[in-house]
Design a protein around this ligand. Structure first.
Ligand SMILES: Cc1ncc(COP(=O)(O)O)c(C=O)c1O
Length: 374
């Protein structure tokens, strides 16, 4: 790249790069381990077949029908009425986040996030030439209200990225904190709720705060709970003017006819697609309990993954797991790894591989029992 006239501010940066390895148990990118149910597969293939002859035409640029369906899903899921004009969508929520960064960020502007958090928030910011600044988390990875306010006041960001439940730490945010950040800041406040469907009971979506807050945005995705990571559909809810502004930066026809069709079928089969959520939550809770039993330090989670600490050497543990056919995520936090909650069988494989890896590294420690709870 050195020979290219690349933007100076991109030199030396690393691209997003979760390993895509062909191993038996893949628990490193928080996908849904359950395949799309047969009834939805049939409905999707029928919808795609019906739309294929018309692919000579561009898709509906404003994805009107899809916005209506997304608005109705969000209204039902959150209890807050969301209108179609208050919805925007893209090829994954990463694209939606990029649209936000393009419209409200850019050179000379600043984005604030609280690390460790989702790595794409800073990568997308860098991509649009926006400065990324960081605020701290507490030792247990929670956010302290006073500290958050200090960071917001100190940096006066154009965009604040809040992630709830936060990736990679797993816990959801109190809505009071979102409200406080909103009041303290003149910029856009983006709450990334990619994992909202997995939250523990009583967790409220920031969608409930949208009324009267025209700088607040809540992003969501079909990549996790909906088991449609390969379809690439992310969306957001925000004031109508925010959605109107995003039309200035999107490429025309960015959502293909087929993407729109697949997403609409998914929304017509919400119950079938979200049927795996409860068992994934059970596996997540099982992982937390079992890891504590192994003497490790799992962080309580509202998502479909668990961050756990207490490892002497996270790189060696990651490698040991890989050698036993289990891929998890090294998120760059000393002593920690992150594992996705998938099927009961995957959890069992992960726990057995972890116990074996730890035992090989520390033969004096006997791993606690590993139950095959389903
Ligand atoms: C917090 C968070 N937001 C957004 C995304 C992006 O998801 P997608 O672009 O697949 O919608 C992810 C993916 O892992 C994530 O963890």
């Amino acid at each position: 790249m050195d020979r290219l006239p690349l933007r100076e501010d991109l030199r030396g940066l690393q691209p997003y790069g979760a390993p895509q390895l062909d191993v038996a148990v893949r628990l490193n990118t928080n996908e849904n381990s359950y395949p799309v149910p047969d009834e939805v597969v049939h409905a999707i293939t029928a919808a795609v077949a019906a739309d294929t002859a018309a692919l000579n035409r561009y898709p509906d640029r404003d994805f009107t029908a899809l916005r209506t369906d997304l608005a109705s899903y969000l209204t039902t899921a959150t209890g807050h009425q969301v209108l179609p004009a208050e919805v925007w969508a893209g090829n994954g929520s990463n694209e939606v986040l990029q649209h936000l960064a393009l419209a409200f960020g850019g050179p000379g502007r600043k984005a604030l996030g609280f690390t460790p958090t989702y790595s794409m928030h800073s990568i997308i910011s860098a991509g649009v030439g926006m400065r990324w600044v960081e605020g701290p988390r507490e030792d247990d990875f929670s956010l302290d209200g006073e500290q958050v306010l200090r960071s917001v006041r100190e940096h006066a960001p154009d965009i604040v990225f809040l992630c709830s439940p936060n990736n990679p730490t797993g816990t959801a945010l109190d809505l009071e904190l979102v409200e406080t950040v909103y009041q303290a800041c003149a910029g856009m406040v983006v709450v990334d709720e990619a994992y909202a469907e997995f939250a523990r009971p009583g967790t409220r979506s920031a969608v409930n705060l949208l009324s009267g807050r025209e700088r607040l945005v809540v992003t969501r995705t079909m990549s996790k709970a909906f088991a449609l990571a390969g379809a690439r559909l992310g969306y957001l809810a925000a004031d109508q003017d925010v959605c109107a502004a995003l039309r200035l930066v999107r490429l025309p026809y960015h959502l293909s006819t087929l993407t729109q069709a697949v997403a609409r079928v998914a929304l017509a089969h919400v119950d079938a697609l979200l049927a795996s959520v409860e068992s994934i939550k059970n596996q997540r809770d099982r992982i937390v309990t079992e890891l504590a039993g192994l003497g490790l330090a799992p962080v309580p989670s509202d998502a479909n993954f668990v961050l756990f600490g207490g490892l002497q050497d996270e790189r060696a543990t990651w490698q040991g797991l890989l050698e036993r056919g289990v891929l998890v995520r090294d998120v760059g936090l000393r002593g920690h790894l992150r594992v996705t909650a998938g099927t009961a069988k995957e959890t069992t494989s992960f726990l057995a591989a972890l116990a074996a890896t730890l035992a090989a590294a520390r033969p004096e420690v006997t791993p606690a029992h590993i139950q095959e709870t389903r």
